[in-house]
Design a protein around this ligand. Structure first.
Ligand SMILES: Cc1cc2nc3c(=O)[nH]c(=O)nc-3n(C[C@H](O)[C@H](O)[C@H](O)COP(=O)(O)OP(=O)(O)OC[C@H]3O[C@@H](n4cnc5c(N)ncnc54)[C@H](O)[C@@H]3O)c2cc1C
Length: 251
């Protein structure tokens, strides 16, 4: 590049703040603004906490859910589900074993997920994500419930996995966080800010008290339809039924 071309380059348009320090005080600090972090931030805020989110990328599209999701797991409390959260625990246990619970982590996390996943889905619907066939594109399809317009995946008999059109889930969550006034710090690798003797710290201490917040978020994507052992029958059932779960299951 010669001198004259160099001189024509535009000035860097953003402020450069090397060495600038920001001090913030917050009840809850969310490290990582993926789908789970954003949902935890909003839920904490709604419980009365002040909340800050530090994200190493940009919350708008960061994390595994940046491109969106197309199905919502373990929505066992939706009005069309024929599996209760308690029955779902047996399905997961039969599939992955007592202590495994596969992609759902562990028994406690799986149970919370089965109990609250549908409510979490209703949250994202409020924030502008399509979770029903509101445009009536799939009227009459075997996976669609005509009354609620909910659509289901994998198991059209028990209806606990909902098909969603959630390509915009991260932008919708970001919009909601901004609306609530949650502080968002993009492009901060917050763990890298913690040092001991000038080196990255091995352990992290947050003062005064770290608050652990568990919220059911979506889990890893499923890809094939396979059957599991049947859960116990509910009161109004007369014959054993088959339950189908997404991938990650033993063959
Ligand atoms: C293509 C694809 C399709 C999928 N489809 C579905 C689906 O249909 N249904 C479904 O249930 N699941 C689906 N999944 C899985 C789902 O997207 C993930 O399980 C979910 O997004 C995980 O969210 P998370 O917030 O737990 O973690 P992540 O998305 O991993 O979020 C963690 C965040 O933390 C940030 N971070 C990490 N370290 C630091 C640090 N030190 N400082 C600051 N920030 C940090 C990361 O940048 C990231 O934004 C899909 C995944 C992919 C990739």
């Amino acid at each position: 590049m010669n001198q004259s071309t160099y001189a024509q380059l535009k000035k860097w348009p953003y402020p450069v703040n090397y060495g600038k320090e920001n001090e913030i005080s917050t009840d809850v600090l969310i490290i990582g603004g993926g789908i789970a972090g954003c949902h935890a931030a909003i839920s904490s805020f709604k419980k009365g906490a002040t909340v800050a989110v530090a994200e190493k990328g940009a919350v708008l599209r960061s994390g595994a859910g940046g491109d969106g999701v197309d199905h919502w797991h373990l929505a066992c409390t939706n009005p069309c589900s024929k599996i209760t959260p308690t029955e779902m625990m047996d399905v997961l246990k039969n599939t992955w074993g007592e202590w495994g619970y596969g992609e759902f982590g562990n028994g406690i996390a799986a149970y919370i997920c089965a109990k609250e996943s549908y409510d979490a889905m209703l949250d994202i619907e409020k924030w502008g994500v399509k979770v029903r066939d509101v445009d009536n594109l799939f009227v009459g399809a075997p996976f669609r419930d005509e009354k609620t317009k909910l659509m289901f995946a994998y198991d059209y008999d028990n209806n606990f996995t909902v098909r969603v059109q959630a390509g915009n889930v991260k932008p919708a969550m970001l919009k909601e966080m901004k609306r609530l006034g949650i502080k968002i710090f993009d492009r901060i690798i917050i763990t890298g800010l913690l040092t001991e003797d000038g080196k990255p710290a091995n352990s992290i201490f947050l003062k005064p008290k770290p608050l652990l917040y568990l919220h059911p978020g979506p889990t890893a994507s499923g890809c094939s339809r396979r059957s599991t052992k049947a859960p116990p029958l509910s009161r109004n059932q007369t014959s054993p039924r088959k339950v189908s779960l997404p991938c990650g299951m033993p063959a």
